[in-house]
Design a protein around this ligand. Sequence first.
Ligand SMILES: Cc1cc2nc3c(=O)[nH]c(=O)nc-3n(C[C@H](O)[C@H](O)[C@H](O)COP(=O)(O)OP(=O)(O)OC[C@H]3O[C@@H](n4cnc5c(N)ncnc54)[C@H](O)[C@@H]3O)c2cc1C
Length: 399
Amino acid sequence: MDRYDVIVIGGGISGTSLAHACARAGLSVLVAEKTDAPGGCIHSHRLESGYWFELGAHTCYNSYRALLEALESKNALDKLLPRAKVPFRLLSNGKVRSIASELSLLSLLAHVPSILFASKEGRTVRDYYEPLVGRGNYERVFGPLFAAVPSQSADEFPSDMLFKKRERRKELPRSFTLTGGLQTVVDVLLDAPKLTLLLNAEAVAIERQAEQFVVRFADGSEHRGRFLAMAIPPNAGARLLKPGFPALADALSHIQVTRLSSIGVALPRRATPLEPLAFLIPLDQRFYSAVSRDTVPDPTYRAFAFHLKPELSLDEGLRLICQTLHTDREQLEHVVQRHVELPSPRLGHPGIVREIDQAIAGQPLFVTGNYFGGLAIEDCVLRSNAEAARLLKAAGAAA
Ligand SMILES: Cc1cc2nc3c(=O)[nH]c(=O)nc-3n(C[C@H](O)[C@H](O)[C@H](O)COP(=O)(O)OP(=O)(O)OC[C@H]3O[C@@H](n4cnc5c(N)ncnc54)[C@H](O)[C@@H]3O)c2cc1C
């Protein structure tokens, strides 16, 4: 059994950014990830040829200051790759259309004055935006557009959690990925001398013994840590924490979780007639979105990640994809399927976050994830930085 200063359960951006901050301050850190690769919702599928495409997150912005600061500390800003400007498109009755062409401008203009009185506080996305754009526009266009952001209906999300205004670093590209895809963020942050990554390591039990955490894994192995950080979806965290930390587990169990199924496909450029685009969002919501690799154009390949409703089988998904891309199954040279879990915050979410923070106050236990400020990568890094600062204070280590 190995001993570390910190054990981080979960190798997504929340876990890796927290681990990076702790390792940077000189602590020994173990990141335990249940699957065979770190990244979680960040997953760049890489081919031997060097071509890659995203199965999950795809875009970072120059307003992601906490993320950029972490990358800068690893001298990795030279890996930033600006995204090419290609349009968003809607899919309406099988036809690719612009957003403007699907909106009722009359209704939009009639509702614009209500923006003067709008406040996001205590309102859902639907409650806030429907009066601003008109009911028809919301139902038909904005509802599906907003659902494409968290890959689930956003109607009941607290409106202040979906989009955030953040200060930009104007010397950097407005929106970017990295060479090798967004997964490079995770690779860079995990590359530290005092940081160990354990893959295929599903934590199944947590115990507190003699001022230490003992984490047991599915293969029967155990590791010890002075501090423990949870960076896994709230439902998984609740299950693990229930025996030792029931109040925390109870708070986590109040956060709804949605399962998302994504299929990524790469095909020769000539195999689809679709115009270059960044996203394709179907108005009939048969899927949430198709995210393309056209933002980093390639002379040979194009690739798309379709974010689907979880009940679709691989076969049904591929049929839908071929129909949308106007192509045949034989043209799909690479097909990858992935499932992730995402939080579905509701009004009253800040109360749950307060309960979580109360349950861990003064404990050697830390909780991060995409269910604090919001789901964006930057929200994860901000929460991880705050928890790392609390941990380093408890450890008496230099920040
Ligand atoms: C399709 C999609 C597109 C997105 N696009 C963007 C975007 O463009 N820009 C943006 O800012 N954000 C985007 N997001 C949101 C953002 O990517 C996620 O919210 C964020 O990456 C979540 O990171 P996380 O570390 O909190 O959780 P996760 O990424 O879910 O990581 C949790 C990790 O914990 C592991 N785990 C679970 N249980 C255990 C266990 N018992 N033991 C060990 N490990 C365990 C999981 O395997 C997983 O790797 C997108 C999300 C999705 C799904």
